[in-house]
Design a protein around this ligand. Structure first.
Ligand code: FPP
Length: 262
């Protein structure tokens, strides 16, 4: 288990696991939900003289480290953008590689998830995903559903606009069937029809790779998220970057459109 972070014991095994400095963090103000746009894999690989897909492979390893670190810091939910509804436009070889990588990841990481008490969920549409990937997704949900630590939302075939349309369609259907009054549709009802149903909205959105875009990620949910970006490519992103992002978050004043009264 990767649990030694805040323990003061001098045990060499536990010390070995203290892999990043958290001394400046306010442990009472850790973001509950962090959304991550895992960008820059292709450019990272190119800079190494490697093919783009090698960057995705390294990106998957980075995700593992960041989920461990976030779990240790007490983050409750990580939402990671693995494949967007627009990523189907990429060359078929790259799409196939990512699908295969997801499939392998969802097999090889089950033990890791269970050892670290990680519950896996998915955001996005199943339509068009290879059968094998869907089976691995179902299996990952089943095998980790009783874990009580961090929730890892993997966004696969996800688009924020598609998610909103999907919610609108299911709400309209309920109205049509007489199960819902138009006058009772409010934020809470709407949010119950999103893939993130039951979860708090992201407090912090992290985008590595240097681009300053939302890229159709969690459009409804990030309304008041604090945004933090770095030029570092995702495969080079470390738990220290995560701490840096959380420190920046802790320095922000969250007003939600109101005024802060001092
Ligand atoms: C963006 O980098 C990344 C993606 C479109 C795919 C993200 C996939 C992974 C991190 C690996 C798969 C994840 C798991 C969980 C197995 P990019 O290709 O757009 O990079 P670029 O902007 O440098 O071209």
């Amino acid at each position: 288990m990767f649990k030694g972070l805040f323990q003061t014991t001098k045990s060499p095994v536990k010390q070995e696991k203290l892999q990043f400095d958290t001394s400046d963090l306010d442990m009472n103000n850790i973001p509950k939900h962090i959304a991550i746009i895992m960008d820059g894999n292709g450019r990272w690989a190119k800079a190494q003289g490697k093919v783009r897909t090698y960057g995705h492979q390294r990106g998957a390893e980075t995700l593992k480290k960041i989920v461990r670190a976030a779990n240790d810091l007490g983050v409750k939910v990580i939402s990671a953008y693995a494949f967007s509804t627009e990523n189907w436009k990429r060359p078929i070889t790259e799409v196939n590689f990512i699908m295969d990588l997801l499939s392998r990841y969802l097999t090889s990481e089950i033990q890791e998830f269970n050892d670290n008490n990680v519950q896996v969920r998915f955001l996005g549409s199943r339509a068009g995903l290879p059968q094998i990937v869907q089976e691995k997704m179902d299996n990952a949900i089943r095998q980790t559903q009783n874990n009580t630590g961090i929730i890892l939302n993997l966004a696969i075939n996800y688009g924020g606009q598609a998610e909103i349309l999907h919610a609108v369609q299911s709400i309209a259907q309920e109205v049509y069937e007489g199960k819902l009054d138009v006058s009772s549709i409010n934020n809470k009802v709407f949010e119950e029809h999103l893939y993130t149903q039951g979860l708090p909205a992201p407090d912090l959105l992290i985008r590595p790779g240097g681009d300053l875009r939302i890229s159709n990620f969690l459009l409804w949910q990030i309304a008041y998220a604090e945004i933090w970006t770095t030029k570092t490519y995702w495969p080079d992103f470390t738990p220290d970057h995560l701490v840096e992002a959380i420190l920046a978050y802790q320095g922000r004043e969250r007003r939600y459109g109101g005024l802060v009264t001092k």
